[in-house]
Write a protein that binds this ligand. Structure first.
Ligand code: F6P
Length: 363
């Protein structure tokens, strides 16, 4: 018997936002509406909207003119886990996944496209196990989603971080200082590594290569003795000294991933100025990295991933994540990637190139 054609789909954006989300929504919805005459719904605020039944039709016009716009027209949440949802503080988390399925069923929505990071994919995989047709699209500035070489949003974040590092060079030079800039990335050092190399930073600190404070101090002092009276250090928010801990900014109790990292730049600035006697300043670039218009690269990648997700659904593929692997579009089962993250290989070609041009990793 021929497979029933999917005619009604919904799309949601989950987790922390990033530039390029709108480009995916646009690619999915335009392909679905114009090429396949499907009806499309947008779920507000990630899984939160699925739980709370905030699901509205999306028209072709709704997704026109959003390609270049940062953020997400649907809204996002990095708190709502439908399988363990905190309805109110002090109560026990509840499994509201059946309520979510009912909210889709009453609109006769047959498939859900989940644009998100690893947390979003864990829930997507769990919905697939309950029989929902799902397709994942990998987003995050962190570039840490397992199974894909690249996530959209990363390129834009690296651009933003590189511009900031370039600016820090001039003020560091004027004041003969060490400037330490902290970038996001959660438990992976991709943004720090790429922005560090792109800006010619002197020291790159990433969680995959635990640093030694003495080595960083010696490197900075040596530069100073050679007449290079300033240094630029880029530190991933999860960078930590060998045998030491990451700096935690706060814990968000009702989030599936409650730890929020942050503060390494300030901590290092104090420790390094004490160790070297050189004036040091810490800067945390923060959420600026998640904002703004996506770069052309991210617009293209997001459009391709969104389009591919829809085409795969039409071909009957289910429970997969669309990926960019070895220079090609593809897909991989959600069960293979959910719950895993992709970190920087310690001996990657880029790490080796950075070392070869004299960049220190603090070891
Ligand atoms: O995953 C994206 C990200 O920006 C991480 O790089 C960062 O650790 C985290 O989200 C910050 O989360 P929030 O927006 O809750 O502060």
């Amino acid at each position: 018997m021929a497979k029933k054609k999917i005619k009604r789909i919904a799309v949601l954006t989950g987790g922390g936002d990033c530039p390029g989300l709108n480009a995916v929504i646009r690619a999915v919805a335009k392909t679905a509406i114009a090429k396949y005459q499907m009806k499309v719904w947008g779920v507000a605020d990630g899984y939160e909207g699925l739980i709370e039944d905030h699901i509205e039709p999306l028209s072709y016009d709704d997704v026109s003119g959003i390609l270049t716009v940062g953020g997400t027209i649907l809204g996002s949440s990095n708190k709502a886990n439908p399988f363990s949802y905190l309805v109110s503080p002090g109560t026990r988390p509840r499994d509201l996944s059946d309520q979510c399925l009912e909210n889709l069923r009453k609109r006769e929505i047959e498939a859900l496209i989940c644009i998100g990071g690893d947390g979003t994919m864990v829930s997507a995989a769990a919905f697939a196990k309950k029989g929902l047709v799902v397709m994942g699209v990998p987003k995050t500035i962190d570039n840490d989603i397992y199974g894909t070489d690249m996530t959209f949003g990363f390129h834009t974040a690296v651009n933003t971080a590189t511009e900031a590092l370039d600016k820090l060079h001039t003020t560091a030079s004027s004041h003969h200082r060490v400037m330490i800039m902290e970038v996001m990335g959660r438990y992976a050092g991709w943004i720090a590594l790429h922005a560090g190399v792109a800006s010619g930073s002197d020291v790159i600190l990433i969680p995959e290569i635990p640093y030694e404070l003495d080595c960083v101090a010696a490197y900075v002092k040596k530069r100073s003795q050679k007449g290079r009276r300033y240094s630029i250090i880029v530190a991933a928010e999860s960078a930590a000294p060998r045998g030491g801990k990451m700096v935690v900014h706060k814990e968000v109790a009702d989030s599936p991933d409650p730890i929020r990292l942050g503060g390494i730049a300030e901590v290092l600035a104090d420790e390094l100025s004490e160790a070297t006697g050189i004036s040091c300043r810490g800067v945390n670039l923060g959420h600026v990295q998640r904002g703004g218009s996506p770069t052309p690269f991210d617009r293209v990648l997001a459009t391709q991933l969104g389009h591919h997700a829809l085409e795969l659904l039409v071909r009957g593929v289910n429970n997969h994540l669309v990926v960019w692997k070895d220079g090609r579009l593809g897909s991989t089962p959600l069960s293979r990637i959910a719950g895993k993250i992709k970190t920087v290989p310690k001996n990657s070609e880029l790490v080796r190139a950075a070392k070869a041009v004299g960049t220190s990793f603090g070891v």
